[in-house]
Design a protein around this ligand. Structure first.
Ligand SMILES: C=CC1=C(C)c2cc3[nH]c(cc4nc(cc5[nH]c(cc1n2)c(C)c5CCC(=O)O)C(CCC(=O)O)=C4C)c(C)c3C=C
Ligand SMILES: [Fe+2]
Ligand SMILES: [Fe+2]
Length: 336
C-alpha cells in the first residue's frame, strides 16, 4: 500500500509584492477559523480597510526576508516555503530508510493558504495510487486558528467522496520530548556561542484572548511548552518569561504582549535578552522581521543593551529527529 505524509505550514505570498501579499492575505484572512468576526461585517472590514492598505505596508518587510541566506542555508524565496520543503525532503530520507516497505512512503508538503494547497496535493497523490495519508501540521501547539483550519480542509476534501482515503491529522506535539530537546539544544548552542543573556524570552504567536475563553487550548499548551523548555534548561523562574506576539486588530489578544514586555524590560534595566519563538517550526516574517528587527529596536530604544534572536528549528537535524519521532508514533497507528 502506498502511504503519504503531508507536512503542512501556514503558507506565504507567491511574491514579496503588494499584489502577491494581497492575494495571500485575502485567502488567509477570509478563513472563518482565523477571524471569527461575523462574515458580512468582516468582509466589509477586510475589503475596505485591510486589503487596500496592509499589502503595501508589509510587502517591503517580505522583500527583506526573501532570498535571505540563513544559518549558511541558501534560502530562496520565502523562508517558510524554503524550510517546509527542506523539512519534507529530510523526512523523506529518514522514513524511506527505515519504515518497512519504505519505497512506498512519500513525504511531501502543502500549505494551508497559497500554494501548494492540500486539496490539489491529495488529488495528485491519489492519482499516483496513494491510498492512505498522514497530515502533520508543523504547529507544535494546537489552535483552532491553525491546526483546526487544516482539519476543516481535510473535511472539505472528503465531503462528497464515496471512496474516501484513509487520512489522519496529527493534533499537536508540544509534549514530545524530542521537540523539547531540540528547542533546548538550540538554546544551549546559542549560549555556548554568545553567552547566556540575563533573560530568556519565549515568544509565541498570539491569538485573540476570547478564543481561549471559548475553549481553544493553545494558551495552555504554550504555557506547558515554556515550562518544559525551562525545565530542560534548568532555568530558574526569574530568568525566563512567556509572551505573545503578532497581535492583529483591535481586540485583546493573549498577554503579556512581546513588544510591551521588551519595552518594560529595557526601561527597568534588564540589559540583555535572548528570544526564542517555540511555536514557529520555520523562520518566517513573524520571526525574522517582527522579532529579529522590530522588537530588537523596541528593547534597545527602551534602554536594553544586548538582544539576540535564537533561530527557529528550521532544518536542524534534531528538529527532523523530533518530527520523525512524532511521525513514527502516528504511522504505527495509521499503518495498522
Ligand atoms: C488575524 C488573525 C491571525 C491569527 C489568529 C493568527 C494565528 C497564527 N498565525 C501563526 C503563524 C503565522 N502567522 C504568520 C503571518 C500572519 N499572521 C496573521 C494573522 C493571524 N495569525 C497575519 C495577518 C500574517 C501575515 C503577516 C502580517 O500581515 O502581519 C506567519 C508568517 C507567514 C510568512 O509568510 O512568513 C506564520 C508562520 C500561528 C502559529 C498562529 C496561531 C497559533
Ligand atoms: Fe499568524
Ligand atoms: Fe506580524
Amino acid at each position: 500500500m502506498k502511504h503519504a505524509v503531508i507536512v503542512m505550514n501556514l503558507g506565504t505570498p507567491a511574491a514579496p509584492t503588494p499584489d502577491g501579499v494581497r492575494q495571500f492575505l485575502k485567502e488567509f484572512l477570509s478563513d472563518p477559523r482565523v477571524v471569527e468576526i461575523p462574515r458580512p461585517l468582516w468582509q466589509v472590514i477586510l475589503n475596505l480597510f485591510i486589503l487596500p492598505r496592509r499589502p503595501q505596508a508589509i510587502a517591503p518587510a517580505y522583500e527583506e526576508i526573501w532570498d535571505c541566506g540563513l544559518d549558511g542555508e541558501p534560502v530562496t524565496g520565502s523562508p517558510i516555503d524554503y524550510y517546509t520543503r527542506r523539512q519534507a525532503a529530510l523526512l523523506q530520507e529518514r522514513l524511506q530508510k527505515s519504515v518497512a516497505g519504505g519505497g512506498s512512503m512519500v513525504v511531501t508538503h502543502a500549505m494551508t493558504y497559497g500554494k501548494p494547497n492540500l486539496a490539489e496535493t491529495v488529488a495528485e497523490l491519489r492519482e499516483q495510487g496513494v491510498e492512505s495519508f498522514t497530515v502533520l501540521p508543523l504547529y507544535p501547539q494546537y489552535s483552532a486558528t491553525t491546526t483546526g483550519a487544516i482539519y476543516d480542509q481535510v473535511a472539505k476534501i472528503i465531503r462528497g467522496q464515496r471512496n474516501i482515503p484513509d487520512i489522519s491529522v496529527a493534533h499537536e506535539y508540544w509534549r514530545n520530548p524530542a521537540y523539547i530537546e531540540a528547542l533546548a539544544n538550540s538554546v544551549r548552542e546559542h549560549w555556548e556561542q554568545h553567552g547566556a543573556a540575563e533573560k530568556l524570552l519565549m515568544s509565541f504567536h498570539g491569538i485573540p484572548k476570547a478564543n481561549t475563553r471559548k475553549g481553544d487550548p493553545y494558551y495552555h499548551q504554550c504555557c506547558g511548552t515554556a515550562e518544559l523548555l525551562a525545565e530542560a534548561l534548568s532555568l530558574p523562574r526569574e530568568r525566563w518569561e512567556i509572551c505573545f506576539q503578532s497581535r492583529f486588530g483591535k481586540a485583546e489578544w493573549l498577554q503579556p504582549y512581546t513588544d510591551k514586555t521588551l519595552i518594560a524590560w529595557g526601561e527597568s534595566g534588564v540589559s540583555s535578552v535572548d528570544v526564542i519563538c517555540p511555536a514557529f517550526s520555520s523562520d518566517c516574517l513573524e520571526t525574522l522581521e517582527e522579532i529579529a528587527v522590530e522588537n530588537r529596536a523596541n528593547f534597545i530604544d527602551a534602554g536594553g543593551r544586548e538582544y539576540r534572536y535564537i533561530p527557529a528549528l528550521n532544518a536542524r537535524a534534531d528538529h527532523i529527529d523530533a518530527l520523525e519521532s512524532v511521525l513514527r508514533q502516528r504511522l504505527a497507528a495509521d499503518l495498522f
